[in-house]
Ligand binder design. Sequence first.
Ligand code: PLP
Length: 485
Amino acid sequence: MSTSVTSLSPAELQKAAREHLWLHFTRMSSYTGEDIPIIVRGDGCYLEDINGKRYLDALAGLFAVNIGYGFGDEIGEAAAAQLRELPFYTNWSYAHPRAIELAAEIASVAPGDLNRVFFVSGGSEAVESAWKLARQYYTARGDNVRAQVAERMAAGERIEQRIPSQRRWKAVARRIAYHGTTMGALSINGIASLRIPFEPLVPDVIHVHNTNRYHRPAEETEAEFTEFLLKDLDEAILQAGAETVAMVIFEPVQNAGGSYTPPEGYWKGVREICDRYEILLCADEVITGFGRLGAWFGSERYDIRPDIITSAKGLSSAHAAIGAVIARDSVMEPFLEGHEMYSHGITFGGHPVMAAIALKNIEIMKREKLNARVLENEGPFRATLEQLLDLPIVGDLRGTGFFYALELVKDKETRETFSDEECETLLRGFLSPRLFEEGLICRADDRGDPVVQISPPLVADTAEIDEIVSILGEVLAEAGQRMKS
Ligand SMILES: Cc1ncc(COP(=O)(O)O)c(C=O)c1O
């Protein structure tokens, strides 16, 4: 058994974990009689636990470790060099070379004129910050107009037109979408079970249809589906009062519910609606950014043309706690005038060590040509996963790039899904523990209909893809048998 950099024995670690560590989104009671899994090291696409058992990480941490676990030394050297040079300084009123270089690097790979970068510590903070930015953008724009009018009136010009209030605060998101856990980001979430314990939430978020096509009428064409979605969005905005809506926030491919890809023409229509009502369009690319879809951003792949992009995870391949809000020049414009400033900041935003790590990560992604590798491998990856559609329990395969989901069904003909109770037995009672036992980490999830999510590091190759599908095949076949009996 290999050792880990710890002075505690496995038994001591287990005891300390039980007594002190509070795991996220985890039923701690499930570990009363069982060991907490303790992961001690990684290499390539593999992880090793404290007992020396290896796992193929088909979830890349949490859709995050895009370069895999093999570049720790190189990234560690970049972090160590930065720690020696400048371990910390803030982005509040000051800049430092790594934040500047990283902002410029991000702007160079971001589409169009998305040139302005505001750093945060993770995905929730990015979403939170995007909503705050959108809210303040309209006020700042209005204040600028009012200031200009006041100046011209002071100079003797007669302006009788009333300047309407520019305040907008609402956000529009999609049902079952996950956007994080801080109060603003949580309010944007479209997952009822996550929202309910914390109500009342931040006003006001309107939730519209997501792009799940599997449970739509069989005879509906793709064009009809797009039309239905856009009509739903348009009506929701009008009902909310378009002049009160600050931001529409959608993921290029929605994760929660299982890799919902957009139908043809969808993003073009969403952009048109946002333009019509002057609403800022935010692409939440916390997962899809930095290579997961075979491009720096999903916005590029789907020609989304957002006003704001939120990103985190893949920006550093999760080697650092760093996220970024990337805004178009026009979004920053009102903040470049007079006394205006974006009244928001986070101590660790743009942390130099985190920025140095993210810069090294992007350098590695470029050197290893990871976007091109994903595009090359996505066809064979999908084709291999398609073999699983032969299983009676697998109803649908969705996704693109290195971002897939298999939807599990009770009846393939009718597409009938499992009840809540059956999901509990299927996912938490059987699939999650059995996949882990078999050495495969992927996610069995029922925030929407039950799905298995597969999102490996972008360095995964044929051997890893074959292994994922082989283990999934056996475990899902067994799951199907069990759910029948
Ligand atoms: C689309 C999306 N937005 C935001 C978040 C929140 O990110 P974090 O967990 O880094 O706060 C996530 C996390 O999975 C996400 O998938």
